[in-house]
Design a protein around this ligand. Structure first.
Ligand code: AMP
Length: 214
């Protein structure tokens, strides 16, 4: 299954992706996680991406498209993938369609997790994440048993630099302008599966599953 997870920052894409990995056994490809790793490793791409990320701006299309194409050509993607945070612009969506078509493949579904904007700011500023494995926690909900230490891998649980109030508003504006139009883009292509994401993660996941298993 070739799946795209669409949704605003804080809609719960990462949380749903983790559940989908468990159930469907597909690789989770998060462009945000890939950039955060590049920043942590201090690679040239990471250094270039950090300036955009810290302001809540998008990394240029050609950079993102390049890393996604490279990732999709890896052997673990042969049976399918879950793309999280990509595509985010119309040129990225076009490039994804073209890359898949070159491989003789196509998207099976675009899961669109929809959450009202008022709820997103609170979710993002209370979000915490494991620096090592990417697991997501929330100060208003599930937190690790030991403060600052991931339950799964022992990694450091921290607040992302771009989950601060100052950056969150810009990220949501960038989403509305660049990414929200992709809902119509995929609806026209008959791929869109809208899901109400303003509920607890396991209830949302039950609907995600239904949408994928038909
Ligand atoms: P995320 O973890 O998906 O919220 O991504 C964090 C940041 O990484 C974004 O705010 C962007 O700066 C950058 N980023 C991730 N995915 C993309 C993408 N598909 N296109 C452009 N920039 C991206």
């Amino acid at each position: 299954m070739n799946i795209v997870l669409l949704g605003a920052p804080g809609a719960g894409k990462g949380t749903q992706a983790a559940k989908m990995v468990e159930v469907f056994g597909l690789p989770h490809i998060s462009t945000g996680d890939m950039f955060r790793k590049a920043v942590a490793d201090g690679t040239p791409m990471g250094v270039a991406a950090k300036g955009f990320m810290d302001k809540g701006e998008l990394v240029p299309d050609d950079v993102v498209i390049g890393i996604v194409k490279e990732r999709l050509s890896q052997p673990d993607c042969v049976a399918g993938f879950i793309l999280d945070g990509f595509p985010r612009t119309a040129p990225q969506a076009d490039a994804l369609g073209a890359a898949l078509s070159d491989m003789g493949r196509a998207l099976d579904a675009v899961i669109s997790i929809e959450v009202p904007r008022e709820a997103l700011v609170g979710r993002l500023t209370s979000r915490r994440q494991c620096r090592a494995c990417g697991r997501i926690y929330n100060t208003m909900g599930e937190m690790p048993a030991v403060h600052g230490v991931c339950d799964d891998c022992g990694g450091e649980v921290y607040q992302r630099d771009d989950d601060t109030v100052a950056t969150v508003t810009n990220r949501l504006d960038v989403y509305d302008k660049n990414t929200e139009p992709l809902i119509a883009y995929y609806e026209t292509r008959g791929l869109l599966r809208p899901i109400d994401g303003d509920r607890s993660p396991h209830v949302v996941f039950a609907d995600v599953r239904k949408a994928l298993e038909g």
